[in-house]
Design a protein around this ligand. Structure first.
Ligand SMILES: [Zn+2]
Length: 438
């Protein structure tokens, strides 16, 4: 009897092990074939919209939110379902400049200040625009700075040439990027115009023409240098970042292979460098309205992932207090009234500025994309992981990003792993207890 019970238990255990092994191999075979399917489909048509608030961290987001919505609502970027934090340090400094940060996001390499599209040893590295192009996708850039400034340049050119605007423009006109919107027409020489025309681009300098032009390849430059800041922008002459985003999506979405679009709210950074609360708030709000355009777009285009982040913090901004509970009054009719109300509300918020420069504070990351449903929220990642996310999306690979949070958080996750292992101990314990009965 004793012997038989032992034997039965032994065979049951063996059976459990065999069944478990079989089913897990079946599951992995299944996953592998599903993954292969995903890869094929994803490479053919996924799109990525990356939106960068220059100098934008959590307090800059809060500032724009308070001015526009008080405590009654959130910015659109805050409504994206996935969120995390990003460490922005570059290869040599805890506090990055915009070139190194753009290069990290565009290429996946931490590099040195001033370096564009090259690694720390000055080796040229492929960027996400070039990868998209290799996969047959359309590409676009829309910014409120000149197109030759650090962030857009980090996605377009290669070299230790941050302030060599002629050198940058010489490379930009050869990038074959499909849409290019922003400022910087002072550097669009006759020679460079001829090059663009020979590649089939339309070039426009006015908002009216821009809004009606339907050209596969379009360069729209609306100022000699940077675009006028929101507070001073003539809304009938210079398109908003939201209008540029709408136009870019309109043109790029015609490509059935998908597209890559980078949009930058370039001047949040400059508002913060000047410790100018109105400048920073209005640029942040304008950026969020561009995010709104993109967020509405991705609701109806399931193969498109939307990523919103900052490249670093600027100004060491802290919001001290605000009594703005309600949203901006909705009964304001003219753009001028709305703008003046925003200015008044921004001036009502009490803040401190700890710096006139960039800081090493983490920046937020907001994402809309199905692949993020099962990824842990609130983790801390490197800015180079933003490149990984985009690259993995384009190649249809599972999203793999690394949580670099300090130990306290990882202790929690090892506890989770231990909890999951508990069932493995139950079978042997059960056997030992059974044995003792006889
Ligand atoms: Zn920057």
């Amino acid at each position: 009897m004793f012997q038989r019970k032992e034997e039965i238990l032994g065979s049951v255990l063996a059976l459990i092990i065999v069944v478990t092994l079989l089913s897990s191999s079946l599951v992995s075979a299944n996953l592998a074939s599903e993954e292969a399917g995903v890869i094929k489909q994803a490479v053919s048509n996924t799109s990525v919209i990356l939106m960068i608030g220059d100098g934008m961290s959590f307090e800059q987001v809060k500032l724009a939110k308070l001015v526009e919505y008080g405590l009654s609502d959130n910015l659109t970027m805050e409504k994206l379902p996935y969120y995390a934090s990003v460490r922005t340090a570059d290869y040599e400094n805890k506090t990055t400049d915009s070139s190194a940060s753009a290069t990290a996001m565009a290429t996946g390499f931490k590099t040195r200040d001033g370096y564009l599209g090259i690694d720390r040893k000055k080796v040229e590295v492929i960027n996400i625009v070039e990868i998209a192009q290799q996969l047959g996708k359309s590409t676009g850039i829309a910014v409120t700075s000149p197109i030759y400034k650090s962030t857009p340049a980090g996605f377009l050119v290669h070299g230790d040439i941050e302030y060599d605007y002629d050198g940058i423009m010489d490379q930009i006109v050869e990038t074959n990027v499909d849409v290019l919107f922003g400022g910087g027409s002072d550097y669009l020489t006759t020679e460079r115009i001829d090059i663009l025309l020979s590649y089939g681009y339309n070039i426009t300098y006015t908002r009216d023409e821009f809004l009606t032009l339907n050209s596969e390849k379009l360069v729209g430059l609306f100022d000699g240098g940077q675009l006028p800041q929101e507070k001073l922008r003539n809304t009938s002459l210079v398109p908003s970042l939201a209008e540029m985003t709408t136009k870019a999506l309109d043109l790029l979405s015609d490509d059935e292979d998908g597209f890559f679009l980078m949009v930058e709210g370039s001047q949040i950074d400059w508002g913060c460098h000047e410790n100018d609360i109105v400048y920073a708030a209005l640029e942040g709000i304008a950026f969020d309205y561009a995010v709104k355009v993109a967020y509405e777009y991705v609701q109806t285009h399931e193969n498109t992932i939307l990523i919103v982040t900052g490249d670093h913090e600027t100004g060491d901004l802290k919001i001290v207090s605000s009594d703005l509970d309600d949203t901006l009054p909705m009964d304001l009719v003219t753009e001028e009234e709305i703008k003046n109300q925003r200015i008044a509300r921004a001036n009502d918020i009490e803040v401190t500025w700890g710096s006139e420069r960039h800081t090493s504070k983490h920046v937020p990351l907001f994402i809309h994309g199905e692949a993020f449903n099962d990824i842990e929220k609130g983790i801390l990642i490197q800015n180079t992981d933003i490149f990984n996310i985009m690259n993995q999306t384009f190649y249809g690979l599972p999203i793999s990003i690394t949580d670099i949070s300090p130990p306290s958080t990882s202790e929690t996750s090892s506890f989770k792993v231990l909890t999951m292992l508990i069932p493995l101990f139950i079978v042997p314990v059960f056997l030992v207890l059974k044995k003792r009965k006889y």
